[in-house]
Design a protein around this ligand. Structure first.
Ligand code: CU
Ligand code: CU
Length: 375
C-alpha cells in the first residue's frame, strides 16, 4: 500500500471511529439550537434500549422513561409535586439531629455528610445517579407516585428562567422565583429574585436546617425557601450549546466529569466556567439552592441532577463499550490527597437507601438496581 493510501485509510478509520462515538460532526447552528442534542439523545436511547434483550430483570416492558418537565402532562406534573410534598410528611430516618423533620430532609442530611467525597471526585456521577434514583424510589414506594421522573433541560430556559414551566409559579411548576430584593442581597449579578418563593408549589415549604455556614448546620433553623433565578448564568453556562458540547468534547470519563463540573485542574475544562453543573445550580441559586452542602433541600435539585445524570447517560451510550470506567480519587479536588476510586468500592447510603458497589451503578438498564432511560 502506498504511503498516501495508508494515510488515507488511517484518517478514514479515525473519522469513522469518531463518527461512531459521537454521531456526526454537527453544524454549529444545530449545536446551538438543540437539534444535535435531540439526535445524540435519541441515539443514546436506542443504544440503551438495545441492551434490553430479556437477559435481565429490566425489560422493554418495565423500563422507566424519564422525561423533561415540560413534556410531562399537567396532571402528572401535579402528581409529582404532591408526591414530593408527601415525602416532606414522611418521617426523618436520622437520629440525634434536631433539624431534619422528614424523609425529604433526610436526603439533605445524607448529601451534607458525603459532600467532601462525592464532588470533584471519582464518585460524582455514580453517587448522584444513585441518590436521585433513591429519591424517585421513595416517591413511588412511600408516596404512590406512578408518573415519569422529570428532569430539567436548563438550556430550554436560557431565554428567561422566570418564564420556565418549572419556575413560573403555576400549579404545574415547582413554585415561583423568590421575591425581588435589593440587588446587593441577590446571590449573583443578574439574579432577578433573592427573597422567599412567593407563589405556587413549595411557597409554604419550610427549610428546616442549614446553611452549611451555621455553627451547627444540622440544627433546627426554620425559614422560607429562597430563589434568585438567573437567566444570565443559565444562558452563559447551561445553554443547549454548553450541554451538547460538553458531551461531544469529552473523549474519556476524566475529562467528561471535569468539563461538566468546570474542574480547573484540567486546562481543557477551564473554558466552561461554572460549567453546566454549577450553571444549573446557580440558575436557581438562593437558599438552600445555592448551598453546596444543602442544595437538595431545594426541591428542584432533583430535576437539575436528573439532567446531569441524563447527560451522563447520553455520553455513556454514545460509546457504551468504552464508557463504563471511573477516574479520579475519593476526595473533593483530591484534598486531602487520597487513593483512586474503583468500581469495586462500596457505596452505602443507609439509612436513606441501600448498599451497592459502583460497578452496579454504571448501567441505567442493568436491572440491579436501575431500570430507566432518558427520553
Ligand atoms: Cu451533590
Ligand atoms: Cu450538584
Amino acid at each position: 500500500m502506498g504511503f498516501l493510501k495508508k494515510l488515507l485509510t488511517f484518517a478514514l478509520a479515525g473519522a469513522s471511529l469518531r463518527g461512531l462515538a459521537v454521531g456526526v460532526d454537527f453544524p454549529q447552528a444545530d449545536i446551538d439550537s438543540g437539534k444535535a442534542l435531540k439526535e445524540i439523545s435519541q441515539t443514546a436511547l436506542n443504544t440503551a434500549l438495545a441492551r434490553l434483550d430479556g437477559s435481565s430483570k429490566c425489560t422493554k416492558e418495565n423500563v422507566r422513561r424519564r422525561k423533561e418537565w415540560r413534556t410531562i402532562p399537567r396532571e402528572e406534573r401535579k402528581a409529582y409535586v404532591k408526591a414530593v410534598e408527601c415525602l416532606m410528611e414522611q418521617p426523618n430516618v436520622y437520629e440525634n439531629v434536631t433539624g431534619p423533620k422528614s424523609m425529604f430532609d433526610s436526603f439533605g442530611v445524607l448529601h451534607y455528610r458525603v459532600t467532601p467525597y462525592v464532588h470533584n471526585s471519582a464518585y460524582f456521577l455514580l453517587f448522584h445517579r444513585l441518590y436521585v434514583w433513591t429519591f424517585e424510589e421513595k416517591l413511588r414506594t412511600m408516596c404512590g407516585y406512578t408518573g415519569a421522573f422529570p428532569y430539567w433541560e436548563w438550556g430550554l430556559d436560557a431565554g428567561g428562567v422566570e418564564k420556565s414551566p418549572l419556575f413560573d409559579g403555576s400549579e404545574t411548576s415547582l413554585g415561583s422565583n423568590g421575591a425581588k430584593v435589593n440587588g446587593s442581597n441577590t446571590f449573583f449579578p443578574g439574579g432577578s429574585g433573592g427573597g422567599c418563593v412567593t407563589h405556587g408549589p413549595f411557597a409554604n415549604y419550610t427549610v428546616n436546617f442549614g446553611p452549611n455556614t451555621a455553627r451547627n448546620p444540622l440544627a433546627y433553623n426554620p425559614r422560607c425557601l429562597k430563589r434568585d433565578l438567573n437567566t444570565q448564568i443559565c444562558a452563559q453556562w447551561a445553554s443547549l450549546k454548553n450541554t451538547t458540547e460538553t458531551i461531544l468534547e469529552s473523549p474519556d470519563i476524566a475529562l467528561f466529569q471535569a468539563n461538566l463540573q468546570g474542574d480547573f485542574r484540567w486546562p481543557a475544562a477551564r473554558k466552561w466556567g461554572f460549567a453546566v453543573h454549577g450553571g444549573g445550580h446557580f440558575t436557581i441559586a438562593g437558599d438552600p439552592g445555592g448551598d453546596f452542602y444543602f442544595s437538595p433541600l431545594e426541591p428542584a435539585f432533583y430535576q437539575h441532577h436528573g439532567q446531569i445524570d441524563r447527560m451522563y447517560f447520553i455520553w455513556q451510550n454514545l460509546d457504551w463499550k468504552n464508557r463504563q470506567t471511573m477516574a479520579g480519587t475519593i476526595t473533593m479536588m483530591n484534598m486531602p490527597a487520597s487513593r483512586n476510586g474503583t468500581l469495586d468500592d462500596i457505596l452505602d447510603i443507609n439509612p436513606v437507601g441501600g448498599t451497592y458497589n459502583y460497578r452496579q451503578l454504571l448501567d441505567t438498564v442493568g436491572g440491579s438496581p436501575f431500570c430507566f432511560v432518558y427520553e
